[in-house]
Design a protein around this ligand. Sequence first.
Ligand SMILES: Nc1nc2c(ncn2[C@@H]2O[C@H](COP(=O)(O)OP(=O)(O)OP(=O)(O)O)[C@@H](O)[C@H]2O)c(=O)[nH]1
Ligand SMILES: [Mg+2]
Length: 217
Amino acid sequence: MPPETPPDRLRPLRVGVGGPVGSGKTALVAALCRMLAERLHIGVVTNDIYTTEDADFLRSQGVLDDNRIRAVQTGCCPHTAIRDDISENLEAVEELETRLAPLDLVLLESGGDNLTATFSQGLVDRQIFVLDVSGGDKVPRKGGPSVTSADLLVINKIDLAPMVGADLEVMRRDSVARRGDRAMIFSSLRKTDGAGEIAEWILSEVAQWAKPSSVRG
Ligand SMILES: Nc1nc2c(ncn2[C@@H]2O[C@H](COP(=O)(O)OP(=O)(O)OP(=O)(O)O)[C@@H](O)[C@H]2O)c(=O)[nH]1
Ligand SMILES: [Mg+2]
């Protein structure tokens, strides 16, 4: 059985998952739900511009009970709905948190966007930015607020690196130059355990979030 949410925190950890179109955000959310659903109570909010495609996909994969997944149709640029007018996303997150209480973790996937996209700190507590190698190994070097300041940078689809001529060492070097010692993980979500390291990162953040404030580092 997943643990009870500790009384110290009034709500679960909210983690935003952003990144360019098709980089693997939904694949990551699906993998995390599969790996963590027995240990944590999880809710998911997805964002698409015109459809409910990502929520439909997650439901079709059976990664969580259907009622734990909510779709927001932004109808506008993805970053607008996660940064400028967060009201619809906040309503969806709060509805899940109330209806499914107690939750440990809410994953909120942004619609695919560009390197300027970041989540409002009023909406999420941690941000994961997902790049993939097929955009070219120059992308971390291009920087931007997400590459620079996301709590975790994921560089996904490393199985495709030889096919697209992406040099992972260049990506690592440029990420470190932009981010210093902030977390960065390479992944291939084609592999069954491809999100293992990312799941460990989430578990550690949830544990830190749930600690009594007297011992929180
Ligand atoms: N080869 C390979 N394909 C991947 C990997 N991760 C995801 N994909 C595939 O990439 C495609 C896009 O993945 P999604 O998870 O839908 O990407 P997304 O970022 O959610 O896309 P949008 O929400 O449309 O921006 C899908 O066909 C995935 O199966 C990976 O690590 N390796
Ligand atoms: Mg998606």
